[in-house]
Design a protein around this ligand. Structure first.
Ligand SMILES: *Cc1c(COP(=O)(O)O)cnc(C)c1O
Length: 221
């Protein structure tokens, strides 16, 4: 777990390390927990529920959902995760909001944005998000507290840094111009987290750099 300690100490104390553990066995997750990690992120509901059951004894873990959320999984995600980083449509926001009110749950949620067009990613474009801010404000059973972004693959560092900077500016502008308070920025993965931290990330989502390569076919989300 040397890698985890090295990454942890390299992060400013204001930046939360969220360990991405899709495909990572619970033995390694326990080791990460021993090294001080308390925030774990999964992208597949079935896999996450099985691991949550196995790690039930580690009571102070906070679970983050980072996968593409489908409405048929929304109930399970609401029941089992404190954070959702990947909310990507108004329709789903309204559905989660209604479910949340029924269940008495109010998850912390980041809205996923695409600063640059990207056919491989879900999320709001800045224009779409501005158009729907008013409707999102009505979703009071969701703690809409930040933005999440993933830059398109293969960009040079300067462009990645620009995507992160624009995301920060968008969060600030929406917080100014609406009743939402988007103070969290979930940005940065193993390959680009230093750029994200420099641009103001409050949470980095790190998998490979902590746990090694995932099996082939498990790239991206
Ligand atoms: C897999 C995944 C990560 C972690 O990626 P690494 O490059 O392994 O650090 C972060 N965010 C999301 C949404 C993911 O699906």
């Amino acid at each position: 777990m040397d890698r985890i300690l090295a990454v942890q100490t390299s992060l400013p104390t204001t930046v939360r390390l969220v360990a991405v553990t899709k495909t990572v066995p619970t033995t390694l997750m326990r080791a990460a927990y021993q090294a001080g990690v308390r925030h774990f992120a999964e992208s597949r509901v079935q896999e996450a529920l099985a691991k949550q059951a196995e790690l039930r004894d580690l009571r102070d873990i906070t679970w983050h959902f980072i996968g593409h959320l489908q409405s048929n999984k929304a109930l399970r995600v609401l029941e089992s995760f404190s954070w959702i980083h990947s909310l990507d449509t108004l329709k789903l926001a309204e559905y989660l909001n209604a479910l949340g009110s029924k269940l008495g749950k109010r998850p912390q949620v980041c809205l996923q944005v695409k600063i640059l067009p990207d056919d491989h990613k879900f999320g709001w474009s800045p224009d779409q998000l501005w158009r729907e801010v008013g409707a999102l404000e009505q979703c009071t059973n969701l703690d809409l507290c930040g933005l999440m972004t993933i830059p398109p693959q293969g960009l040079p560092d300067a462009d990645i840094a620009a995507v992160f900077a624009v995301t920060r500016e968008l969060a600030a502008a929406i917080s100014q111009g609406s009743r939402l308070s988007l103070h969290d920025l979930s940005m940065g993965m193993s390959g680009d987290y230093q750029l994200a931290v420099a641009a103001g990330a409050t949470m980095v989502r790190l998998g490979t750099i902590l746990f090694g390569d995932r099996p082939v076919g498990e790239l991206g989300s």
